[in-house]
Design a protein around this ligand. Sequence first.
Ligand SMILES: [Zn+2]
Length: 375
Amino acid sequence: MNSPFRADRISAAKIMVVGCGALGNEVLKNLALMGAEHIWAVDFDRVESGNLSRSVLFSREDALKGRFKVDVVAERLAGMNPRIEINTVRGDVAFDVGLGLIRKMDVVIGCVDNRWARYCINRLCMRAGVPWVDGGISYLEGTVRVFVPGKNCYACQLGPEGLKDLARRIPCPEIIRRDEQAGKAPTSSIIASVTGAVQVQEALKLLHPELLEEGALTSLCGRMFCFEGEHMTTRVVELAAWDDDCPVHDRWEPVKETAVTAETTVGQALEMLGKELGAEKVTIHLSADCFVDRVIRKDNNASLTVMLPGRKVAERLGQDPDWRGFPFSALYQHEYREIDERFPYKSLTVGQLGIPEKEVLHVSTSSGEAYMEMQ
Ligand SMILES: [Zn+2]
């Protein structure tokens, strides 16, 4: 039997891989071997010696030099196939990947190890209308799920309790990330191989909608594949969930273009958006994170100017001896979630607010909502 996959379809597809750890390594390797030529890799982390026993693309030297994972995988993939165009985002999927970039993808593959990151990938993919394939691994167990906008959604599947639990933790992603990493489940190269291979196979199926339609292939969409290596059991369980009231899977459309870039100042951006939308007043909603100008201590009213996106505040507090280790509950954070003509720091750039390149801005005017894709 020949492969049902068309080589031209795979080589033309735009595929994003979020997370370049054990699973991400396997997924990227398989994409390269299967002939994918347009790949985006996203990760914020550096290679460490602990990664080497389960990551096929990393070397001892990469760990010694503490190189960024995305830089290393880009180099190794180019070595496997010089035709591969590999683009990298050295950052966090929660904040640093513009929705405009996700909108260009045919499929996104999630290789992350925590629920917060899955929630963020899901939110981006649902807004953009792009399917995504999730993988999860622990020592001898792997799971794969496929989420297709309009059919099933990771957030819907969590249910109201799960979402509430997650929402409580959203305000401080830096801390979540540290906690999740500290409690990281031990994994092995074997389970990463099995799971990553199934993820790539599911991603390639999504590139062939006509074969799915006629029944020549069946997608895992709406079900979960579970592999357990200890006693060699595999299961596929039903997992369809699409709740019409879910606030997380709102599709952002129609999307129009704006000339605003991450380098445009806030003042100029408000003016440009106003002209482009034919509106006198516009409000930009910061959808991923707030902007904080200062924090205030409740005990003595001392104030510290930070001028940073909310996610960076903890880092800033840690740098200042008077504020280091100060609990968040004892602070008042003065933040902006909406940017309009009253915003006092108009000479800051859009990027300094924490908005990534190619983001789609959620803008409201007196005549309604608009979604504006940055250059
Ligand atoms: Zn949902």
